[in-house]
Write a protein that binds this ligand. Structure first.
Ligand code: 3HC
Length: 272
């Protein structure tokens, strides 16, 4: 997600600093970005010189201090509230007073991140969708602490990136995940009940509803670990049985079958 967001921002003319905890992970994000741009050059969507211009706007670092002068920081680490809270404390200490701190969280309460900082009015959610360079929606999440100026700046940023932002209250799942994840969870339930094969369910939702991909291909794209974290956060907030993760999903995460990112989820990507 980090390299996808970097691609979106750098392609729109923003200067981007990609920060990761290890240099190898930071380099891998730049490599992912370069691969995506190269694919676009091969398809004739970009020239080589456009690709080079985009890449020249991106630098990779492990040092949080390199973010100090950024106007906007978009956090996109693991969906774990404790990890994100710790990072927001550090970002608040490191970044200039004017920097807006945003989270790309899928479901977690943005207000709790805001309250880790001395600038809760300058914290909001900027939630991209997978794959970030392709999906046009960005949810702009408004915690009760955010100032109108912060919300306006986040909306304006998304628009400069060519996205179609929608403002949403800071409630678990926001719009898309609150609606999408009961559907994905129930698809796993159908599979567990033996109602149809995963291929059959995917084909049914593509052919019957016109969805671009079926639920199991989408779970593999989003990541089963991320999907489970989203369902757990939704269940935590609403205690609605629709959000209670189906045991098969939890077992697959325990088995480290995370989807595309680990090479195998509902489908096997090693041979593709
Ligand atoms: N990065 C950059 N570009 C990508 C890409 C990626 N990872 N994957 C696909 N693309 C581009 C392709 O280059 C292609 O571009 P072009 O039309 O300019 O040539 C275009 O997307 C279509 O790709 P393909 O032809 O390879 O494949 P498809 O037509 O099957 O489209 C898809 C792939 C865009 C992923 C499509 O299947 C789709 O829209 N799927 C639904 C995705 C979705 O629902 N996302 C939301 C998930 S929920 C979420 O993200 C929330 C989070 O909180 C969990």
């Amino acid at each position: 997600m980090g390299s996808g967001i970097a691609e979106v921002a750098a392609s729109s003319g923003h200067t981007v600093v990609l920060r990761s905890r290890s240099q190898s992970a930071a380099d891998a994000m730049v490599a992912g970005l370069e691969k995506s741009l190269n694919r676009q050059v091969e398809k004739g969507k970009r020239t080589e010189s456009e690709r080079d211009q985009v890449l020249s706007r991106v630098s990779a670092t492990t040092d949080l201090a390199d973010l100090a002068d950024c106007d906007l920081v978009i956090e996109s680490v693991v969906e774990d509230l404790a990890v994100k809270k710790h990072l927001f404390t550090e970002l608040d200490r490191t970044c200039g007073a004017a920097t807006i701190l945003a989270s790309n969280t899928s479901t977690l309460p943005v207000v709790e991140l805001a309250m880790e900082t001395g600038r809760p009015d300058k914290v909001c959610g900027i939630h991209f969708f997978n794959p970030a360079p392709v999906m046009t929606l960005v949810e702009i999440v408004r915690p009760i602490t955010a100032s109108p100026e912060t919300m306006a700046a986040a909306l304006a940023f998304a628009e400069t990136c060519g996205k179609e932002p929608v403002e949403v209250k800071d409630q678990a799942g926001f719009i898309v995940n609150a609606l999408l994840f009961p559907y994905l969870n129930n698809a796993v339930r159908l599979l567990e009940q033996g109602v149809a094969s995963k291929e059959g369910i995917d084909a049914a939702m593509k052919g019957g509803c016109g969805f671009p991909m079926g639920p199991f291909a989408l779970l593999d794209l989003v990541g089963l670990d991320t999907s489970l974290a989203i369902l757990d956060a939704l269940y935590d907030e609403f205690r609605d049985p629709n959000y209670a993760a189906v045991p098969l999903l939890r077992r697959m995460v325990s088995a480290e079958l995370y989807g595309r990112k680990s090479g195998e989820g509902f489908y096997d990507y090693h041979k593709r």
